[in-house]
Design a protein around this ligand. Structure first.
Ligand SMILES: *Cc1c(COP(=O)(O)O)cnc(C)c1O
Length: 407
């Protein structure tokens, strides 16, 4: 299958190996007319909200944002000498020579990431072992039926995919250290490939969303946007961090490339205003500064690989915008605001969000587009219309585990 859209990556980004897991065509971007019209009043600029459907980006189980990250990790998994097969935190595990035979990863009980790793493993003909922590966030603890919470949703899909599942509690040593598990696999003659939670601590974890920035820029021209002609605001979830970090680095490179090509062709239309990428946090466990430091680190790590020349200067804290006002009670808990956001999007647009990440993103986005922020932004930039992109990163498979919470 060939894509009808061509995404031109500059060197050296274009040379980084990528193994397709997504459909050849980009995940669709479509307007959200009802949410847009409820955000526009006679006093405000016109708000045009669009959704990018990363939940429809891949044919594999429970499509979501992790597949895009994994595209850049697969070449290492399949190589004769994987370079990143254990995270730096597992230096004592001595690998056996040869390509990986089993993917090992971790997550919360209802983790979407582990399902995507498990499905990928099967697609590549490998085994999968997933380590699930019951005590990450409050989903299990606050469920009225914890027994079901530990069986439905993503747990069921992991089983269907034939992944080996091991569940832990916070006090189990394995909950924080996968070393013994990796050692055990190596002793039994297997060649494990460790993918850290959300793939964010993996050195290649930010590349997928750096590429997504170039994809979104191509799609912007197809969306026939008014106003600035691009998405002024992009709202996306920030969990483990490399989705938003990848976007930051990718758009930074894109804008550099466009700037140098417009200055060499003598065009005066540049500089264009850059896009505001907003990461909406979903857990109050760690302070915002913790996430900002990680996102900055991941963005610079990706930036260096894709060819930004001086990442320390090019990407700074000023590029990282994280909003912690919509984290709710706990990670993985559907509080009243999150529930309202889920219902609103379903009832107004016929779109199902996920209960852990995207419902909180939509809550944050709607709060912000209905605030005075948009009016001020439009005024400062001389715009009558503000374009907003909501990135739907998937995760709906967890919904059934919350059967008692969505009324
Ligand atoms: C993992 C995940 C996220 C968060 O992405 P990070 O890269 O970990 O920040 C957002 N939405 C869904 C549905 C996810 O599964």
């Amino acid at each position: 299958m060939k894509s009808r859209i061509s995404i031109q990556l500059p060197s050296p980004f274009a040379q980084i190996p990528r193994h397709p897991i997504l459909y050849p065509d980009p995940s669709p971007i479509h307007p959200l007319p009802t949410l847009s019209s409820t955000s526009t009043t006679p006093k405000t600029p016109r708000i045009s909200i669009f959704a990018k459907r990363e939940d429809q980006g891949s044919p594999l189980a429970s499509a979501g944002n992790k597949y895009r990250k994994l595209e850049y990790i697969v070449p290492d998994i399949l190589s004769q000498r994987p370079k990143y097969h254990y995270h730096e935190s597992h230096p004592t595990t001595q690998p056996l020579p040869g390509p990986a035979t089993i993917l090992v990863t971790e997550g919360a009980l209802q983790s979407n990431h582990t399902v995507q790793v498990a499905a990928l493993a099967r697609k590549l003909g490998l085994k999968a072992l997933v380590l699930l922590n019951r005590d990450t966030g409050g989903g299990y603890k606050t469920s009225s039926a914890p027994g079901f919470f530990a069986k439905l949703g993503n747990v069921q899909i992991n089983k269907l995919l034939g992944a080996e599942i091991r569940m832990y509690n916070a006090e189990d040593p394995e909950a924080t250290d996968a070393q013994p598990v990796l050692d055990e696999l190596v002793k039994s003659g297997q060649r494990p490939y460790w993918i850290p939670g959300g793939a964010s601590l993996h050195s290649l974890g930010g590349l997928g969303y750096a590429r997504a920035a170039f994809e979104i820029a191509v799609q912007e021209s197809e969306c026939q946007l008014g106003g600035s002609g691009h998405f002024d605001f992009i709202f996306v979830a920030c969990g483990s961090g490399s989705t938003v970090a990848g976007l930051i680095s990718g758009f930074k490179l894109l804008e550099r490339v466009q700037m140098s090509s417009s200055s060499s062709s003598g065009e005066s239309s540049w500089p264009q205003r850059s896009r505001n990428i907003i990461g909406i946090l979903n857990s109050p466990t760690k302070p915002r500064e913790y996430h900002e430091e990680r996102v900055l680190r991941f963005a610079r790590c990706a930036g260096e690989l894709i060819g930004l020349l001086d990442v320390e200067k090019e990407i700074t804290v000023d590029d990282v915008h994280l909003d912690d006002r919509f984290v709710g009670e706990e990670y993985g808990v559907i509080d009243e605001e999150t529930r309202r956001s889920l219902s609103m999007t379903a009832e107004m647009e016929g779109i199902v969000l996920d209960p852990v990440y995207t419902a909180k993103v939509a809550a944050g986005m709607m709060y912000r587009v209905q605030s005075e922020e948009m009016g001020r932004y439009a005024q400062t930039n001389g715009l009558k219309e503000v374009n907003v992109l909501f990135i739907h990163t998937g995760g709906q498979a967890a919904l059934s585990a919350y059967f008692d919470r969505v009324m």
